[in-house]
Design a binder for this molecule. Structure first.
Ligand SMILES: [Zn+2]
Length: 160
């Protein structure tokens, strides 16, 4: 069965302001500027557009893996027998993960999360190390796991 071209317009939204657009299938992959907010928009291919946002699905999938990685590493860091090198690795991973998440929050215009995640990233930055005793770090690690866990839902919510 062939697709009816006249009836198969691609419906999609601007990823920034959610303005609605439609385009012909042959325009798939073309780029343009959103008339509403000026962001760059791209006509998706017909398959991903009809399932309401292949984009959103990708974002959701992309965004829980770093939190989980950071949480597992933070939980493991509570074990007092870890070598010092582990904490250096932990700093790099946490700084990277939370900087990435802060960027995602910025992209989704979640100001509160930009701050929370950005400050967390700074706290773990490996260049200007924050020196605290082990007990304090343990508490902060647990809090960070909480931030990571809640951010999975907070950042994902925007895309649903
Ligand atoms: Zn827009």
């Amino acid at each position: 069965m062939t697709q009816e071209v006249s009836d198969s317009k691609i419906h999609f939204r601007c990823s920034k302001c959610q303005a609605k657009y439609s385009a012909l299938p042959e325009q798939s992959g073309k780029k343009g500027i959103c008339k509403n907010c000026g962001a760059q928009i791209k006509v998706p291919n017909p398959d991903s557009a009809s399932s309401k946002a292949g984009d959103a699905a990708i974002t959701v999938r992309r965004i829980w893996i770093p939190q989980t990685l950071a949480s597992v590493m933070l939980a493991w860091a509570l074990n007092p027998d870890n070598p010092y090198g582990y904490y250096i690795l932990l700093r790099w991973v946490c700084c990277g993960v939370f900087a990435y998440l802060a960027y995602q929050a910025f992209d989704q215009e979640k100001q509160g999360w930009v701050w929370a995640l950005g400050i967390t990233a700074l706290f773990y930055n490996p260049i200007f190390s924050v020196h605290l005793n082990r007990e304090l770090w343990s508490i902060i690690n647990v809090i960070t796991i909480g931030i990571a866990g809640v951010s999975i839902f907070a950042l994902r919510f925007e895309n649903d």
